[in-house]
Structure formats: C-alpha cells, structure tokens
Design a protein around this ligand. Structure first.
Ligand SMILES: [Zn+2]
Length: 342
C-alpha cells in the first residue's frame, strides 16, 4: 500500500511532499518525491487518550447539573442512566460512538470503562468488527485486571486506591487516575499512587507540576469537557512545559468524541502551537495508551489518517498543520489505515 500527499513525518510532524509505503501493517518507507504527490494530507491517525464511551446512552442529559451531579460515582446522573439501560442498549450505543470515532480519523482510544469485568467485555463487543483499537482501563475491582488493559481510577477523593494500585502493578498493567478537575485537593494523593498517567489537571499548581516533571507522569487534558462542567480550562502551556500531554474528549455524555473538535478548541482556547496540539492528538496519545509507534517513520505500525485536501473545506490550504488542527472535520476524512487493514 502506498499513500501520497503532504506527509506529516516523524514525531515532529514535519510536512514533506512525498509518500508512505506500508507492507503487512508496518511502515517500510517515508520518502520525498520529485513528482507532484497530490493534495491529500497523510498524518498519524488520532489517538483519543481519554474517553468514557459507556455513557453514550446519556448524550446531552443533565442540563444545568454540576459536575458531581452529572458524573460522580455512585449516584451521579450518568451512573443512574447506566444502571437503567440494559446491556444490549449500552453496547449498541457504544458501537455507534466507536463507528463515529473511526470515521472521524481516530485509530485508537483509551477508555475509562465503568462496570468491572462486564463493562470491559461490553466495550470489546462494541468494538468488534470496527477499524479502531480500544484500550480499556477498567475499574471497580481487582478481577477487572484480568480482562482490562489497565486500571482507570475515578479520583483520589472518591476512594482509597492503594490496594488496587498495587494489584495493578503486580498485574504488570498501567494505572491512570483523574486529578485536579474540580480543585487541587486530590492531586497530591493521586501522585502519591505513582500513576502512569493523570487526567485533567485543570488546577495544577507549580508544585504539582514539579512533581509531575520529576516523576515523568504524562497528563491527558480534556479542555472541552472542563469547559462544559464549569471547572475552568487546563493550563495547557504549563502542562506542556512540564511533561508529555495528550488530548481526550472525555464523556460522550458531554461532548461528541471528535478529535477534530477537541484540537480546534485546544488550539484556539489555550496558548499552545498548532504543532503541539497535533502531537497531543497523535504521538503523545499513542505514548499514553501504550501503543507502539505513533509517528510516521519506518518500522512503526501503520496507524494513518488520510485527509482529502481537495475537499470543499480544505481545497487550497496553505499550511497543512493549521488545516488539520483548525479547519478539518469528519467530512474531510478519506480513510484510516490500521495495521489490521493494511
Ligand atoms: Zn474521565
């Protein structure tokens, strides 16, 4: 398989006029060409580094509720609606979200899945037959570690997580946790658990960021979610100065899981460059999700997104990175290439 156009090459997403050659799911060559490669834009497929696709049954519910009333376990509206929905309904709703994510250029996503073992199995069933990789972080109990890719904790203010954190380490799996979403009180307790990544960090202080930098803990920022729930915006520039930062769309209940929308919002709301935002949405997300590769370079698994640069929306673009981050959308997606379909 050969893909031509403006290729955003390597971890720095440097635009070249060229082509990418893929054999058996692996990128074997990335090269500049002297002939016109056409107007397509070839970039790494997006990695949505934080989702809760389980609440696809609750889209838009809970107008005017506070963050706790919406999503706090065990009785936030989201959890009530999840309990009320039957299993088939939840799986069908997740499947729709995943198919939408695939069509919107997302090659993989890291989901914090509620509902223990059954919840993780339901997510796998929802993803079956789709060209999108589900990285499932389960919760609730130790048994979930047998089927999940990691443990996704609600937050250090909600419960005591040291035992399950240790069990996760013994299982050789990563541990992620929400922190600093409503306020700063749960950040140090979360960092005390030596997590593999933190989610949100809207209320990160300089001292927290020193700890994050020293320990090399990546952060997943979800700026649209933070705005919807009224907790403020993450200090993206400070986070980026301190550690690896990825991007997630968070609850499907609150926002559609489109990385195009998240990127556009992040670049326009916060003081970070378009290149930084695109790295957050691709190579950094792959790193947080524990996926090999993530950048377009020889030897990496082929997780690629091809955008139609001749679409009504993109035709005549002057700057490929700005076109992707600020302007492109679902309708501009030509194809997503994954190791399994190349
Ligand atoms: Zn979350």
């Amino acid at each position: 398989m050969e893909l031509s156009g403006t290729v955003l090459r390597g971890p720095d997403l440097d635009p070249i006029q060229g082509r990418v050659v893929v054999e058996d799911g692996i990128i074997v060559a990335v090269e500049e060409t002297s002939t016109d490669p056409g107007e397509d834009i070839v970039l790494p497929a997006f990695v949505n580094a934080h989702t809760h696709v389980g609440d696809s049954v609750a889209k838009g519910a809970g107008r005017d509720l506070s963050l706790d009333e919406l999503v706090a376990p065990p009785d936030g509206l989201k959890h009530q609606l999840l309990r009320a929905a039957d299993e088939a309904e939840k799986i069908a709703a997740m499947h729709h979200s995943l198919e939408y994510m695939e069509r919107a250029g997302t090659g993989a996503f890291l989901d914090f899945r509620e509902g223990g073992v059954a919840g993780v199995e339901a997510l796998r069933e929802a993803a079956a037959g789709l060209d999108i990789e589900a990285v499932a972080f389960g919760r609730d109990d130790e048994a979930v570690l047998e089927v999940a890719d990691g443990f996704g904790a609600s937050g250090a203010r909600d419960a005591e997580f040291s035992a399950i954190r240790n069990a996760t380490r013994r299982a050789g799996k990563p541990f992620g946790i929400h922190a600093g979403e409503r306020d700063a009180t749960d950040v140090n307790p979360a960092l005390d658990l030596n997590p593999d990544h933190l989610v949100h960090m809207v209320h990160a202080t300089d001292l927290h960021l020193d700890r994050v930098a020293d320990a090399g803990v990546p952060i997943v920022a979800c700026p649209r979610s933070n705005l919807v729930t009224g907790v403020g915006l993450p200090p993206l520039a400070d986070l980026v100065d301190s550690t690896t930062v990825a991007l997630g769309t968070d609850n499907v209940m609150l926002n559609g899981p489109s990385m195009f929308r998240e990127m556009e919002f992040a670049t326009k709301c916060c003081d970070v460059s378009d290149e930084t935002v695109l790295r957050m949405a691709t190579v950094n997300g792959a790193a947080v999700a524990g996926l090999d590769g993530g950048a377009i370079e020889p030897g990496a698994p082929a997780r690629l997104l091809v955008l139609d640069g001749d679409s009504h929306n993109l035709v005549g673009y002057r700057d490929p990175v700005r076109a992707v981050v600020r302007r492109a959308g679902v309708a501009d997606v030509d194809r997503v290439v994954l190791p399994a379909n190349s």
